[in-house]
Design a protein around this ligand. Structure first.
Ligand code: XMP
Length: 320
């Protein structure tokens, strides 16, 4: 049973002090690794880990091919300014090979988990001689996995999986008592710029969580372009999270007077505090029309754009 620390209860300075001590005691001598995706949780854990371990923490960014546009360069740039060196590991081939032919959401999530922890990370850990992986699992990830709603990519112990046995290394999770609002506070206190601690959440399975049906480089490319447009146009809404989803079904459209049997993009924009429940943001119709226009004008093959108006529950935030 994990004891939650709510945002109201959280004393960031005391939390940071305590976690720094726990990380130092937990990892002992030698190297530790952490995987940075550039999201709020992994960015916060990176700063916490560097405060605790200095250059005994090796930070890697796994380029899995399913990240947002320009993400590897952006993350390396942000952390370079904070004095943290980030090594980029190109694992695009491994991930696309693992995702080939898979359409079931949970099988897709499991393929990403196995590729990440067993193949790609297992190799990095073995080669570096590290014994531990430091990662930013938060309480919401655990809740939904244990409830059997969605297998979050980073939850093991609570499912009875021992990472030492399964992958050959230990996993340390200093943020596991927190939810997103608290993580942002800790990230801010650790000196992360607002561009990082205030970023909208982004899931571990990345854009693969937003492709319904098979994940291929071509389909990721469509959802990546749509994501860039949606994030750009909705950044000032103050919404908790917004995203583009590529549907599996095609629909009849027309372009330049010719029939085009094209793709459908669904836009979601959520009001939420901690992702446990959420409701759709009441975007103006002008903004919705602008989204549709930009998406259909700039992404070849997309002929339909819809906006989700269901709440969580029964929806979830991500589509996969
Ligand atoms: P759902 O879709 O379950 O999402 O309503 C709740 C929040 O969690 C994020 N999410 C994930 N985050 N690993 C993560 O680190 C995952 O596997 C994962 N799946 C969903 C989602 O973006 C939302 O903020």
């Amino acid at each position: 049973m994990i004891t939650e620390i709510t945002a109201q209860e959280l004393n960031t300075d005391r939390f940071i002090e305590e976690k720094v001590r726990e990380i130092q005691a937990g990892v002992g001598d030698g190297m530790t690794i952490n995987a940075l995706s550039g999201g709020v949780d992994s960015s916060t854990v990176t700063m916490l880990g560097h405060r605790a371990l200095g250059n005994r923490l090796k930070t890697v960014f796994i380029d899995n091919g399913i990240m947002r546009e320009g993400e590897p360069e952006q993350v390396v740039g942000f952390f370079g300014k904070l004095g943290v060196t980030v090594e980029v590991v190109d694992a695009r081939k491994e991930f696309f090979a693992a995702l080939k032919g898979i359409t079931d959401p949970e099988v897709k999530r499991e393929a990403i988990t196995q590729t990440f922890y067993k193949d790609v990370f297992g190799k990095i850990v073995r080669e570096s001689g590290a014994k531990c992986l430091l990662q930013g699992t938060i309480l919401t990830d655990v809740d939904e996995t244990v409830a059997g709603i969605k297998r979050q990519h980073n939850v093991f112990e609570q499912l009875g999986i021992d990472p030492q046995q399964a992958f050959g290394y230990r996993i340390i999770e200093p943020l596991i008592q927190l939810r997103k609002d608290s993580v942002r506070k800790v990230g801010k206190a650790l000196g992360l710029p607002a561009d990082l601690f205030d970023r909208i959440p982004f899931p571990g399975p990345a854009l693969a969580a937003r492709v319904i049906g098979e994940v291929t480089p071509e389909r990721i490319d469509i959802v990546r372009k749509a994501t860039a447009i949606v994030e750009h146009l909705l950044k000032d809404t103050g919404a908790f999270q917004y995203m583009a989803i590529l549907h599996e079904d095609r629909v009849t459209g027309m372009r330049d007077g010719k029939r085009e049997f094209g793709c459908q993009i669904e836009v979601r924009c959520w009001n939420s505090v901690d992702a446990r429940t959420a409701s759709p943001t009441r975007l103006s119709f002008d903004l919705l029309e602008e989204l549709a226009r930009k998406i259909t004008d700039n992404i070849p093959g997309v002929v339909s754009v819809t906006y989700n108006v269901a709440s969580k529950p029964p929806s979830t935030l991500e589509a996969v």
